[in-house]
Design a protein around this ligand. Structure first.
Ligand SMILES: [Zn+2]
Length: 452
């Protein structure tokens, strides 16, 4: 007798290329079999011809280590929001900021009963703060050695790699990067980088720094939210993404990237991104929409921007007019580009989650808007970007595939209806995506809405 059987499904597995009508059975948290007919199980789900795929991986999220230990772990609420989008595995600690201690992080997850699998990158900014460095400070040789020792310890304890947020910590030197990249390379782990600049005039320098480090250290590079940093045109008129793709392939280095399926970015209003003013950007203060805090849903004025920069709590802002939509699409067409929501939500005093809707709708938007409506990718290719590709890239054995013995993380969805329904500036997790009818994590049915 099996624990679970999902039958009458269009079983799609990008790892094997399988795409046929059949059934998947589950026992003790693992996939027990993939066949054509239903098997007797404690829980039976008739998929009614909908797609059954491996649970989705979101390799770019933020759970960045708040000061209080109780808040340092991914809140159950955030994980539930991810789960309702079909995400069963998260990678946190991106863009340089993480919990300082992966052991403590994992204990916290286990204690709170977070319903998804979660893996952590150790953040370079976190290491820098522990070494006493501010965002503009340059590390001494002793501080670099201290950071490398701490990084080494966290990698041994199970961190899946190291992340950098170079734009947020402009003081990060090439020497510091190189030493930490080498540490990750020795362990065969990922180096995920939010690059140093985010406008076309700096594209050559931005990517050049990455390619040089990848060549020198042999580390496995993951370029974070590629089209948020590389977009627009070079001085010769060439599209930056097309140029970057050529450079990346020519380098022969081990490089992949991630992106969220929105041409709207978001970041902290007090971050170093705005330290140089707006002279380099193709947008102004008035293009920034406030996503969190008491002004959520309002656009910035000069006065409000200055006031929020100076005092009070950090707020997140979104920019709707920076990245060209065609560059986000070009990024997703790269075969080595994976889904990464860049989700970073904040809990309001009344318990809602505010932020960019990418945290509540990225997989659904990729499959609904980019695959079905825009026909940018095949359904199988869209699924590959959030299943086997990220699982292999981050070395997450058992994730991202439908195979006997693999972790029983599964999603059932209607490819004709799947789509995001979340909006900016409000309770982003209030309305789940359309078309997702069942999500299984670790062999348990965790989400099964009556109306979907
Ligand atoms: Zn980032």
């Amino acid at each position: 007798m099996y624990d679970l059987c999902i039958y009458n499904a269009r079983v799609m597995d990008p790892a094997s290329g399988l795409d046929r009508t059949g059934a998947v059975t589950v026992k003790d948290g693992r996939i027990a079999g993939i066949g054509t007919d239903a098997q007797e199980a404690a829980v039976m789900i008739d998929a009614g011809g909908q797609v059954l795929s491996p649970g989705f991986l979101d390799i770019h999220t933020h759970e960045d280590g708040a000061p209080a230990a109780a808040e340092r772990i991914l809140p159950v609420q955030l994980a539930q929001c991810a789960l309702r989008t079909g995400v069963t595995t998260l990678v946190t600690g991106n863009c340089g900021t993480s919990s300082p201690d992966v052991g403590e992080y994992e204990r916290g997850l286990a204690e709170t009963g977070v319903p998804v699998s979660s893996f952590m990158l150790i953040g370079n900014a976190t290491l820098r703060r522990l070494a006493g460095l501010g965002s503009y400070d340059t590390a001494s040789a002793a501080q670099i050695a201290e950071m490398c020792a701490r990084c080494e310890r966290e990698l041994r304890r199970g961190a899946v790699g190291i992340s950098f947020g170079l734009q947020y910590d402009p003081g990060t030197s090439y020497e510091e990067e190189k030493a930490l990249w080498e540490t990750a390379a020795r362990h065969g782990r990922i180096v995920a980088v939010h690059m140093r600049w985010d406008y076309p005039e700096k594209a050559r320098e931005t990517l050049g720094e990455m390619l040089s480090l990848a060549r020198e250290t042999g580390a496995r590079l993951e370029i974070s939210h590629i089209a948020a940093n590389l977009y627009g045109s070079l001085e010769n008129g060439e599209n930056v993404i097309a140029w970057a793709d050529r450079e990346i392939r020519a380098s022969g280095c081990d490089i992949s990237c991630d992106m969220y399926p929105y041409n709207v970015w978001a970041t902290g209003l007090k971050s170093a991104v705005f330290d140089q003013g707006f002279g380099n950007f193709n947008f102004g203060v008035k293009d920034l929409e406030i996503l969190t805090g008491k002004y959520a849903g309002q656009y910035c004025t000069e006065e409000l921007f200055e006031r929020l920069r100076k005092g009070g709590e950090e707020v997140q802002v979104a920019c709707h007019n920076a990245m060209p939509p065609e560059d986000v699409e070009a990024a997703f067409r790269l075969p080595y580009c994976m889904l990464g929501s860049d989700s970073h939500m904040v809990r309001t005093p009344d318990g809602h989650l505010h932020g960019h809707p990418r945290g509540a709708g990225s997989p659904a938007r990729l499959l609904g808007h980019f695959v079905r409506e825009r026909k940018l990718l095949s359904l199988m290719e869209g699924l590959r970007k959030m299943t086997v590709l990220p699982a292999e890239r981050f070395g997450l054995a058992g994730k991202g595939r439908l195979a006997e013995g693999a972790d029983a993380d599964l999603v059932v969805f209607d490819p004709d209806r799947i789509g995001e329904r979340s909006r900016f500036g409000v309770d982003v997790c209030g309305i789940p995506p359309a078309g997702i009818s069942a999500v299984v994590a670790g062999g348990q049915v965790k989400y099964r809405p009556l109306i979907f």
